[in-house]
Design a binder for this molecule. Structure first.
Ligand SMILES: Cc1cc2nc3c(=O)[nH]c(=O)nc-3n(C[C@H](O)[C@H](O)[C@H](O)COP(=O)(O)OP(=O)(O)OC[C@H]3O[C@@H](n4cnc5c(N)ncnc54)[C@H](O)[C@@H]3O)c2cc1C
Length: 166
């Protein structure tokens, strides 16, 4: 049983009521150190589930956008249309991107499928740096990789997909 200590702050696994994976615990430790030196710290924090298939998520969902009245565009790409995913025994998996309705900045990325916990690094970087759908589309993704699905998903936001019907 923990004790409440006034004016004491806690980070990591001992904080009650939140999912606290190792990368979050580590990053929040850095935030705490930066805050102690009066520096503002912003970190993008993905959620990963290491099951089979893997799942990973970063940023806003459609449900949150609707509830908050945000203007958004959504793109979805089935991993059955990604060769490397099929090689890795991917099934009915998918990548989903939520982008701002006006400027198409990436607001959310959600992935279920092979290497989802690796792929989410792209979403974390995109959201952390304010990257747009267009910037992902013009980034050439090497073939044959599961990362191609990120570019394909960005293309579906603009109805410019090449390997599925728009
Ligand atoms: C089975 C399992 C699997 C996990 N898998 C993953 C995963 O795949 N990916 C992921 O991101 N996260 C995973 N986690 C979560 C991850 O381990 C924690 O988020 C992370 O370790 C939290 O780091 P921390 O430094 O806050 O705490 P800890 O790593 O728990 O470190 C706390 C330290 O404090 C020490 N300590 C405790 N009490 C005292 C005391 N009174 N005096 C001195 N020292 C003390 C402990 O011995 C320990 O060394 C997993 C956790 C478990 C239990």
């Amino acid at each position: 049983m923990g004790a409440y200590v006034p004016d004491a702050c806690a980070i990591g696994g001992c904080v009650k009521g939140y999912v606290q994976p190792a990368h979050t615990a580590s990053a929040v430790g850095e935030v705490a150190a930066e805050n102690i030196f009066n520096q503002e710290a912003h970190y993008a924090n993905p959620t990963c589930v290491y099951m089979e298939p893997e799942a990973a998520s970063m940023g806003l969902t459609e449900e949150v956008c609707k509830a908050q009245g945000f203007s958004y565009k959504m793109g979805k790409f089935p991993l059955t249309a990604n060769g490397k995913s099929l090689i890795l025994n991917g099934d009915e998996d998918l990548v989903k991107i939520i982008a701002g309705g006006e400027h198409r900045e990436i607001l959310g990325m959600h992935i279920v499928g092979p290497r989802a916990t690796d792929l989410i690094g792209r979403g974390t970087l995109a959201i952390g740096t304010g990257c747009t759908v267009d910037e992902i589309i013009v980034t050439i993704h090497s073939h044959a990789t599961v990362t191609e699905s990120i570019c394909e998903t960005a293309s579906t936001v603009e109805k410019r997909a090449i390997h599925i019907k728009n």
